[in-house]
Design a protein around this ligand. Structure first.
Ligand code: ADP
Ligand code: MG
Length: 303
């Protein structure tokens, strides 16, 4: 395969930027290696430079896989690289939407994708009123956050009041806005569907004894066959946020599948063996197809 990409008779340069090498990055590097393509891994903590130029310590690349742990770091890097001609997956606009639960909900609603009702409030009193209107139990979340951190369930007004009071006292950006949803009785199970290049390629169920089913909190992953329904909702959610590499989290409810969130930096360490689908391999093929396409489209060439 090496040397066969693009119209210039050379391989496009692909860079992976992340915060250290997690199992996903390891699997991606290996998937590229198997295709005889070097994936240049860069630790985001090494990156610096003037915004008027390509960042230092990042090889010049046509395509950059943005996988920083921090939402804002990822968005900043993506914007910076895009400004200097790189194609970033996912693009900054997608990362901005997916990293912000309110923005994701607005995008899903805008495209008519089935999702949970969600409210936003900025103060203690308005938060209480939003909770009263939603009804209890409800779930409170920081607008920006992941791995289930700082996500709480309020069974009644007193619990909500305490949470809102704490958020106000602690302050800082995670608590500047409160995102509230009705609590969905999931039985400790949600579905994660992987969408690559518009196609749902695999899915898992995450099971937990806790109502939060993040694998980072100990939930167990099992493979879930992708049926027409699941593929349709997951692919519509990916399209709504314009994401080409996303993991869509869904709840199974009596009203059908509802999208809870869309992850723009997908984690799949527990999903390859459980699904039997070579997720990093499919990602690598997708990224290389994009890169070759970019060379053909006359994107800025690098030497
Ligand atoms: N409205 C809800 N009803 C029931 N469970 C929920 C609700 N929202 C989140 N959860 C549970 O909490 C987990 C974490 O919430 P999520 O919105 O995915 O935030 P994070 O970005 O931190 O993963 C979900 O995977 C799900 O198991
Ligand atoms: Mg989640």
């Amino acid at each position: 395969m090496a040397g066969s990409h693009g119209q210039q008779g050379r391989d496009p340069v692909v860079v992976l930027i992340s915060t250290g090498i997690r199992p996903e990055e390891k699997m991606l590097i290996e998937a590229f290696r198997r295709r005889d393509i070097a994936l240049h891994a860069v630790d985001d903590r090494q990156v610096h430079g003037t915004l008027s130029a390509w960042p230092q310590n990042v090889p010049h690349a046509e395509v950059v896989l943005a996988r920083s742990k921090s939402h804002w770091r990822n968005v900043t890097l993506a914007r910076w690289l895009e400004a200097h001609g790189a194609r970033v997956v996912n693009p900054s606009r997608v990362l901005e939407t997916c990293g912000d639960k309110a923005a994701t909900t607005l995008a899903l609603i805008g495209e008519g994708v089935p999702t949970l009702s969600a409210s936003v409030a900025f103060g203690r009193e308005s938060g209480l009123e939003a909770g009263r209107q939603l009804g209890f139990p409800l779930v409170l979340k920081p607008v920006v956050g992941s791995w289930g951190r700082l996500i709480g369930k309020a069974n009644d007004r007193d619990a909500l009041e305490l949470a809102l009071e704490h958020k106000e006292a602690v302050g800082g950006s995670p608590h500047a806005a409160t995102y509230l949803q009705p609590f969905i009785e999931t039985g400790g199970m949600d579905i994660r569907a992987f969408v690559v290049g518009g196609r749902c390629i695999a899915a898992i169920e995450r099971h937990s004894t806790h109502w939060r089913t993040n694998t980072a909190l100990g939930a167990r992953a099992v493979g879930r066959p992708v049926d027409e329904d699941l593929a349709a909702v997951a692919e519509a959610a990916a399209a709504a946020v314009a994401g080409s590499l996303v993991a869509v989290d869904l709840f199974e409810t009596p009203h059908g599948l509802l999208v809870n969130e869309v992850n723009g930096t997908m984690e799949f360490r527990n999903s390859v063996e459980t699904t039997g689908v070579n997720i990093p391999g499919i990602v690598a093929d997708h990224v290389m197809a994009m890169a070759s396409d970019g060379l053909g489209l006359g994107l800025p060439q690098v030497s």
